[in-house]
Design a protein around this ligand. Sequence first.
Ligand SMILES: *[C@@H]1O[C@H](CO)[C@@H](O)[C@H](O)[C@H]1NC(C)=O
Ligand SMILES: *[C@@H]1O[C@H](CO)[C@@H](O)[C@H](O)[C@H]1NC(C)=O
Ligand SMILES: *[C@@H]1O[C@H](CO)[C@@H](O)[C@H](O)[C@H]1NC(C)=O
Ligand SMILES: *[C@@H]1O[C@H](CO)[C@@H](O)[C@H](O)[C@H]1NC(C)=O
Ligand SMILES: *[C@@H]1O[C@H](CO)[C@@H](O)[C@H](O)[C@H]1NC(C)=O
Ligand SMILES: *[C@@H]1O[C@H](CO)[C@@H](O)[C@H](O)[C@H]1NC(C)=O
Ligand SMILES: *[C@@H]1O[C@H](CO)[C@@H](O)[C@H](O)[C@H]1NC(C)=O
Length: 514
Amino acid sequence: MFFFPKIWVLLSALFALFGLAVTEGDEQQKSWLVDSLPGIPEDYKQRMYSGNLGEDEQLNGDLFFWMFESANTTYTNRTIIWLNGGPGCSSEDGSLMEVGPLRIGENDTFQLNSGRWDEFGNILFVDQPKGTGFSYSLDDNYMSDNDKMAEEFSVFFEKFLTEFPERANDTWYIAGESYAGQYIPYVASRLIEKDLARLGGLAIGNGWIQPISHYNTYLNYLVEKGKLDLYSEQGQYLHHAWADCMLALKQMESGSGDVEKCENFLYDIMFMVSDKPGKTCMNMYDISLESSYPLCGMDWPMELESLTPYLSKPEVLQALHVNTTYVKEWKECSNDVSNGYAREGIDSSANLIKDLASKVPVMLFYGENDFLCNYLSGEDLLNSLEWNGEVGFGNTSWFPWFNMGSSDEPAGSYIQARNLTFARIAKASHMVSYDHPMEMKALAAAFFDNDIQRLLTPPEHLPDPGNAQHSKWLYLSLLPVGLTVLGLSGIYACRKLQLFGLKEASYEALPESP
Ligand SMILES: *[C@@H]1O[C@H](CO)[C@@H](O)[C@H](O)[C@H]1NC(C)=O
Ligand SMILES: *[C@@H]1O[C@H](CO)[C@@H](O)[C@H](O)[C@H]1NC(C)=O
Ligand SMILES: *[C@@H]1O[C@H](CO)[C@@H](O)[C@H](O)[C@H]1NC(C)=O
Ligand SMILES: *[C@@H]1O[C@H](CO)[C@@H](O)[C@H](O)[C@H]1NC(C)=O
Ligand SMILES: *[C@@H]1O[C@H](CO)[C@@H](O)[C@H](O)[C@H]1NC(C)=O
Ligand SMILES: *[C@@H]1O[C@H](CO)[C@@H](O)[C@H](O)[C@H]1NC(C)=O
Ligand SMILES: *[C@@H]1O[C@H](CO)[C@@H](O)[C@H](O)[C@H]1NC(C)=O
């Protein structure tokens, strides 16, 4: 999916093979047991299962899953589903670079992940919708909208419980990032509707939830981060582009607008906001990083250079029970899946989130350095959202949270009201667990235990009773941002990679940056 030539240094790899004893489970389950995997550390002892559940008439294809059993017996009955975004990007980003127990490094080396979430539950990674990662479609019909995606997932989930009946009474959580800001609310709503799972909570990282909020806040974010002066020539140009985009979104409500205006707005930003225009640009997933031009972050994180060839090795495909009749190599993101979605346009999932918050705890968390799906979009969205009887967070206070014992500095801040938590992780990227594994693990564990305040905020940082609004941590003004009431969705996603299937010409027409 990169469009610069990949240079793999292929080393003769040493494969550590080791056995994992099967002590229980029926024959069918055993066929999914992963009993060896090239390169993984010998001290990884937990059981894992992966493969396809078998083709289904309804799906006309098959989804791929990889489940890691909990490393802590206290949590054998809690299972966390993890979904990466796109649309069309594989959840193996999550399994091997973010929240799974194993983490890939350079040259096919693995280490145990300090930020592993299997310390507080089983984790089930699913490549979905079909056509994503190791999942496949038997026809050329990819999912065209979230309704179909959610139905497909629920069919998969029901089959999964048939094959793993011991998980039937688990408390289920659904977590993920980016375009999973759409997946998660739709999937959760469908699982509740069909009464398939007892849900314990939902956690969405740097989610693409309400497109209008993203376009609306891009410039504010850059201004807040000191990356853009709105009064410069460049700032004025971008401000016009922003207005065009907003107008287009508004017109789309009546069926006439063109979302290309918004895509161009985004490209303009990416190509103009740079210290050395034409040579480097900011990394859209982490503004503290630079990226080569015109990739602007598409070549990030660097472990992808290792992950992609690793997951495409015949012995790895075999070990993970990938159906090689249909899937011969792993790709991080699928154009087919993404294009299938793009044709239909994409709705906001905000209304679903609002309903879900009346049923389960919901957390929206944001790595603060992510530009593409930045925290201001989350604030913009929540400021005008009514959930559980009130709009926004009102006069609720922000609190700092700490990765206890590791530092005196707050790891971030959060605000909570009526089952909804909005959390920020300082200095973290779009893939929070990737660069802040310990902090993200602490935040996730505290959220799953439904007690962030007690677990992560030391008493001295709590407000005096009766004086809540004067907390010194009320440092974050909820910026009143532009046009907040436009209801329509855009087509753009906080998705990895698709961005630059773009017409390279579109930025050449721009005025020279200073
Ligand atoms: C398992 O989780 C419990 C509860 O959080 C904790 O007290 C215990 O130390 C954990 N055990 C291990 C081996 O990590
Ligand atoms: C998990 O659930 C099973 C079946 O309901 C139960 O027997 C077991 O005690 C539970 N385990 C834990 C650690 O709660
Ligand atoms: C990976 O391989 C390259 C080329 O042999 C080498 O320069 C680099 O140090 C290796 N990295 C690690 C972490 O072993
Ligand atoms: C799950 O709960 C149902 C109803 O209480 C019970 O009949 C079933 O045996 C339980 N399944 C497992 C695997 O514990
Ligand atoms: C792939 O799927 C097809 C159709 O379900 C099946 O016949 C075949 O055995 C599978 N191959 C592998 C390697 O699992
Ligand atoms: C919050 O979620 C719980 C379920 O976890 C639900 O019982 C409760 O009614 C919700 N709270 C509000 C204010 O809706
Ligand atoms: C916060 O607002 C609510 C009503 O919206 C009010 O009842 C409450 O007193 C306010 N709390 C503080 C500390 O100002």
